[in-house]
Design a protein around this ligand. Structure first.
Ligand code: SAH
Length: 248
């Protein structure tokens, strides 16, 4: 099955961009995924091909019109594939590896890229659009965010990554950061490789990696660590935390 991506944008020339080379580029040539970059302006309804207007209530910048966006979305949905419609916006739900995995297992995505101040809010409920953020940063447009989302999905498509296992051992897949990596030379500028990694003892190496992954997650991402340990307590007891139960 081909993963079908439709990107609605004011800058279709930005695509496939970095997705045209390396792993994603090869996968595209092999027909594992396909991309259609659609110019939102083609769905404008006036002779000036206007896509935006001033914000209701005043203020700086311009807002993308819901009627124009809806026409572009309806065009993309005409294939009846039931693909989720995702708008890239800093107001959206932070993107997670779990959501990426779900998306990559489906038929594809329709992605809406914002510009200026963003979208008329009514489009989200009006077309059942999922709002997604790629981090607590503000980009000048949704295109780089769309490229990120697509890159993350494409590498998980069947047959895209070389070693099948490298998809499931990575950061976030188990709710933890991955352990650190090393390669030759064994000594570089006086810095060595942890002895255990050169021991050839696979059980010891696995144990070291597991513990390193836990230590690094705890130190670097206390938010992930808390969720990870919380989830373990929950599944071990088979019940919800007492402090989360409104009935207690
Ligand atoms: N005024 C908006 C920011 C608009 S930035 C606000 O303060 O929330 C212009 C466009 O860039 C957005 O419509 C969105 O499509 C994209 N964008 C910016 N930051 C993003 C982020 N963190 N995640 C996803 N998309 C983002």
């Amino acid at each position: 099955m081909t993963f079908q991506a439709t990107v609605l944008t004011l800058y279709p020339e930005m695509f496939p961009g970095p997705l045209g080379v390396s792993l994603a580029g090869r996968a595209r040539e092999e027909g594992k995924w396909n991309l259609d970059a659609v110019q939102i302006r083609d769905f404008a309804i006036d002779k000036h091909r206007t896509v935006d207007d001033t914000p209701a209530g005043g203020g700086a910048g311009m807002v993308l019109r819901a009627d124009v966006l809806a026409a572009a979305i309806d065009h993309a949905r005409a294939d009846q594939s039931n693909r989720p419609i995702i708008a890239m916006t800093p107001r959206g739900k932070p993107l997670t590896q779990a959501r990426v995995r779900e998306l990559s297992a489906g038929p594809g995505v329709i992605i809406l890229c914002g510009r200026f101040e963003g979208f008329d809010e009514r489009i989200f409920a009006g077309r059942d659009v999922e709002e997604v953020s790629v981090g607590d940063i503000v980009l000048s447009g949704g295109e780089p965010a769309a490229l990120m989302l697509l890159d993350a999905c494409i590498r998980l498509l069947p047959g895209v990554m070389g070693a099948a296992s490298s998809g499931t051992e990575e950061s976030f897949e188990q709710g933890l950061l991955e352990y650190p990596h090393f390669t030759r030379p064994a000594e570089w500028e006086g810095r060595t490789i942890p002895e255990v990694l050169r021991s050839g003892d696979h059980a010891k190496i696995a144990a070291w990696r597991k513990s390193q992954s836990e230590i690094d997650t705890r130190l670097r991402r206390p938010d992930l660590w808390e969720r990870h340990t919380g989830a373990r307590v929950q599944s071990a007891s088979g019940a919800r935390h007492e402090d989360e139960d409104p009935g207690q």
